[in-house]
Design a protein around this ligand. Sequence first.
Ligand SMILES: [Zn+2]
Length: 149
Amino acid sequence: MCRRRAVPAFPASHEVRVAIRGPATSYQLVIELASPVRCTIGRLGTFDFPAGRYVYTGSARRAFEARITRHLAGAVNRHWHIDYLLAAPGARVVAVVRSRRAECVLNAATAGRAIVPGFGASDCRANCGAHLKFRGAAGTGRAREGRGG
Ligand SMILES: [Zn+2]
């Protein structure tokens, strides 16, 4: 199991609001992991997460902002795979991207490597493999950062 952070959450000021027309239905959390962790992700199994930057792609058709707030606050009850990773020591959300694109389209357009098969993809019908992508060491690749559409 990964230990829960003693210090909760991240300042809301770290949020990035991307201007979009119409209601967003999908979102991406840009996550930085300060140090490597071994973390049990629910029933998916236990995995090693290298330090660095990750992008998680999710969707919420209802209560969209509540979902994002929940992620940022650090959910007490772990329901989604991402809840486990966000509870890991040294994990923090550094940006939130809102999008009207379909979750899997957004995920497919995001560079990175799926290192945990099935992560966040329980409901995926597009063979994404995983909705969490590892982008490499933090602080690199900023120029390649994908933008929401
Ligand atoms: Zn998918």
